[in-house]
Design a protein around this ligand. Structure first.
Ligand code: TYD
Length: 225
């Protein structure tokens, strides 16, 4: 992030990888140390993007095809970036985002069968230069992740448009996330999400602490001045 003082961390992975729990734990840890933290998610995170989220996750846009869905994800992302993420970063905030551009590459690009060039063009417009400093990919075999996601869903809601898909599709997504990590090792860290919750939290804390030190962001947020 050339023109910002904050740190932008995105979390990626398949269903049931435990992203939300880990985001909550990291946010608590960073706040305890005096950092300004914003937790947000995609699709959504700004009023405009939350409106689009409903259209996407209900499946209302599915009948119009993957291209339409990809453009809607990109529209939501751009609103979220310009209204929420960029302003937060320029205030020196640490932004923790549950899913970001890599989800579009994987869900719409790889398993949605859209051409990589098309997806990359959409991403350029959507993120408009705001690329995560660090992306944590929580990796779990599809079967295990879905089992967890189902347990959670049956207690609260029905599976969403993307959770309903076949096991093979979920496994393909896992491979696609690992592929992105292999291509962008500077930005991406793969974390074994089958470890205990505490071990995952400790691994994430170590990675983020190093990033904060490298970006010269001190606790107590002198960056906020
Ligand atoms: P959400 O309920 O936030 O799920 P999760 O806990 O899995 O993050 O639902 C988001 C769904 O939207 C998820 O199935 C992945 C999908 N998605 C895309 O297909 N493309 C995208 O660009 C994003 C951000 C999400």
């Amino acid at each position: 992030m050339a023109d910002a003082n904050g740190l932008f961390v995105s979390f990626e992975g398949g269903e049931g990888a435990g992203k939300s729990t880990q985001i909550r734990r990291l946010a608590e840890r960073l706040r305890e140390r005096g950092h300004e933290v914003l937790v947000t998610r995609e699709p959504g995170g700004s009023p405009g993007a939350e409106a689009v989220r409903h259209v996407l996750l209900s499946g209302a846009a599915e009948m119009f095809g993957t291209r339409m869905e990809a453009i809607l994800f990109a529209a939501a992302r751009n609103d979220h970036v310009e209204e929420v993420i960029r302003p937060a970063l320029s205030r020196g905030t640490i932004v923790l985002c549950d899913r970001f551009m890599d989800s579009s590459r994987v869900y719409q690009g790889v398993t949605g069968n859209l051409e990589p060039d098309y997806i990359e063009a959409l991403q350029r417009v959507a993120v408009n230069g705001v690329v995560p400093d660090c992306t944590l990919i929580l990796d779990i075999p599809a079967e295990k992740g879905l089992e967890r996601a189902r347990k959670r869903a049956s207690a609260v809601t029905a599976p969403d448009r993307f959770e309903k898909e076949e096991m093979q599709t979920h496994e393909k997504r896992r491979e696609a996330f690992l592929d992105i990590a292999a291509r962008e090792p500077e930005r991406c860290h793969v974390i074994d999400a089958q470890q205990s919750e505490d071990d995952i939290a400790a691994e994430i804390a170590g990675i983020v602490d190093k990033r904060l030190a490298a970006a010269n962001i001190a606790a107590g947020s002198e960056a906020a001045q």
